[in-house]
Write a protein that binds this ligand. Structure first.
Ligand SMILES: Cc1cc2nc3c(=O)[nH]c(=O)nc-3n(C[C@H](O)[C@H](O)[C@H](O)COP(=O)(O)O)c2cc1C
Length: 182
């Protein structure tokens, strides 16, 4: 059972989540490759997929979007998990009491829930280092909404990320055992 962890990342925070997922899947006994998601990335060698992206202005980056759309037929036949990295800060709810993990679900989750029927769709808190931002991102961050919702810092919850990966491994190993008649 070989798993592909494919990610889109602008500044590295989501790449590190993908690498951690890959490490945890391997520690659980699966083969796992971690690759940047692009339209050209070959999906055929893999039995299962974990695909994720950083969210920018409500959407995934282009690489993972192109990857899942190009390979939608193949992915729809195999187990797929989706994740997004985005919300920043320690707040769990906005001023109106709405759950930030719900609010920051990327636009693509709606489409991909239908086309891929994923096993799970998960939003993780992300990280932001202001000194590394491109000029346009720096500008957006200076707007009032950016100052409010894009605080600097590392808010990734590694225990939650590890637990999610262990859950994926459990599901896949259960599937593999059953298909081998165990
Ligand atoms: C300009 C800008 C816009 C962002 N827009 C969103 C957004 O719409 N939703 C969200 O959840 N996070 C948003 N974020 C936060 C990033 O998704 C978060 O920092 C993420 O962990 C970055 O991952 P990366 O380093 O892999 O690109 C934004 C960050 C910046 C700088």
């Amino acid at each position: 059972m070989t798993v592909l962890v494919a990610y889109g990342s602008r500044y590295g925070a989501t790449r590190a989540i993908a690498e951690r997922l890959g490490e945890t899947l391997r520690a659980a006994g699966l083969d796992a490759d971690v690759r940047e998601a692009t339209a050209r990335l070959d999906a055929r060698p893999y039995d299962a997929f974990v695909v994720g992206s950083a969210a920018y202005r409500g959407s995934w980056l282009r690489g993972p979007v192109e990857f899942v759309r190009r390979h939608a037929d193949l992915l729809a036949e195999r187990p797929v998990w989706l994740f997004s990295s985005g919300p920043l800060g320690h707040a769990r709810r906005d001023d109106r009491g709405r759950d930030l993990l719900e609010l920051t679900r990327p636009a693509e989750f709606v489409e991909l829930r239908d086309t891929l029927a994923p096993q799970d769709l998960r939003v993780f808190y992300g990280a932001l280092e202001p000194g590394r931002l491109r000029p346009l991102d720096r500008l957006i961050r200076r707007l009032p909404s950016g100052r409010r919702w894009l605080p600097a810092g590392d808010f990734r919850d590694w225990e939650e990320i590890d637990a999610w990966a262990r859950g994926i491994a459990d599901r896949l190993q259960g599937t593999a055992d059953r298909s081998q008649g165990a």
